[in-house]
Ligand binder design. Structure first.
Ligand code: SD4
Length: 314
């Protein structure tokens, strides 16, 4: 409903991101500006190894970022496999606003960013480099279930597994954020360093409009986190929005999308995490995930300081 802004985002680090988004929303700002400002927080956070600066690199040791953004008019912009720029989301927004295109990738995305005033940076921090070198010893790219105990007690060699279930040692992942502003308009943003130690050139769901993010200002918005390959196969976020169009409440829409993944590959669904988060035009939100451990943060006027962290049902 117009007049009541709300912002929701994935994982516990969504709380800090929502706070920055709220600074825009509380003054009647545009949802698009809010989601960009919001996701820039984890992008710049050196302690977050799944988004932006200090993200874990690919298996060649290169940090490559994926991001996309979508506004209330259905405009969208994306970058994939972007190196050397912390704020991939801002580059994605510029692709949307300054080019006739939707997506730029790799070196082309970097050239575009540099031409628009972004500085070339080194995103690989010593800590992320160390994790990569540790991973290289075994070079395993496969999921490990139920590693909570190993990771929480600090003995986490398995912490370097790229497909490990979120909610375990990292308990944070790709940030997907969707917001409704005081004008009743929706926008969304999604940004990630992708799966740690992926093949060079691998692109997940996060920068793909319809997969990692979708916004339809008449209906609602959705975003996803987890193993992007499975999300791409069902065009997950678009599916969630279309289900809301059919009358599904946000959580039920997310659940149905998760069910599609299970139906398509029941065995794989037991080994990986995928979570969807949705917000409808009325400001109702909901999430659903394959495995326990996925949380999302909700920020409204009354909760800007003390936000709710909701465990996604599974
Ligand atoms: C990807 N969906 O690159 C992202 C990463 C992620 O939990 O969210 N991992 O596939």
């Amino acid at each position: 409903t117009a007049g009541k802004p709300i912002v929701v985002s994935t994982w516990d680090f969504g709380v800090a991101a929502n706070k920055a988004a709220w600074e825009v929303l509380k003054d009647g700002g545009r949802a698009l500006d809010a989601v960009e400002a919001g996701v820039k927080v984890p992008e710049a956070d050196p302690n977050n190894h799944t988004v932006g600066y200090s993200g874990y690199p690919d298996r060649d040791g290169r940090v490559t970022l994926d991001a996309c953004i979508m506004d209330e008019l259905g405009n969208c912009g994306a970058v994939a496999a972007l190196e050397h720029v912390t704020h991939a989301i801002s580059v994605a927004r510029l692709v949307m606003e300054k080019t006739p295109h939707v997506m730029l990738v790799g070196d082309g995305a970097l050239q575009f960013a540099l031409a628009n005033g972004f500085q070339k940076e080194n995103l690989l921090t010593p800590e992320a480099e160390k994790a990569w070198k540790e991973w290289l010893k075994k070079s395993e790219y496969k999921p490990i279930m139920n590693i909570e105990n190993q990771s929480y007690d600090g003995k986490g060699a398995t912490a370097f597994n790229p497909l490990m279930l979120p909610g375990n040692v990292y308990n944070h992942d790709t940030i997907g954020m969707v917001a409704l502003d005081a004008q009743g308009n929706l926008s969304g943003a999604c940004t990630t360093s992708g799966m740690a130690f992926k093949l060079h050139g691998r692109v997940g769901d996060s920068p793909i409009i319809g997969a990692g993010l979708y916004v339809d200002n008449e209906i609602g918005a959705a975003t996803s986190t987890g193993v992007g390959e499975e999300v791409i196969k069902i065009v997950g976020s678009h599916l969630v929005v279309e289900l809301m169009r059919q009358g599904y409440p946000p959580e039920a829409a997310c659940k149905e999308a998760v069910n599609r993944i299970v139906k398509r590959s029941p065995q794989k669904a037991k080994e990986i995490q995928v979570g969807f988060l949705a917000l409808n035009k009325k400001g109702q939100h909901g999430a659903y995930c394959l495995q326990k451990g996925f949380s999302y943060a909700v920020c409204t006027g009354s909760t800007a300081e003390k936000q709710t962290l909701i465990n996604g049902k599974h």
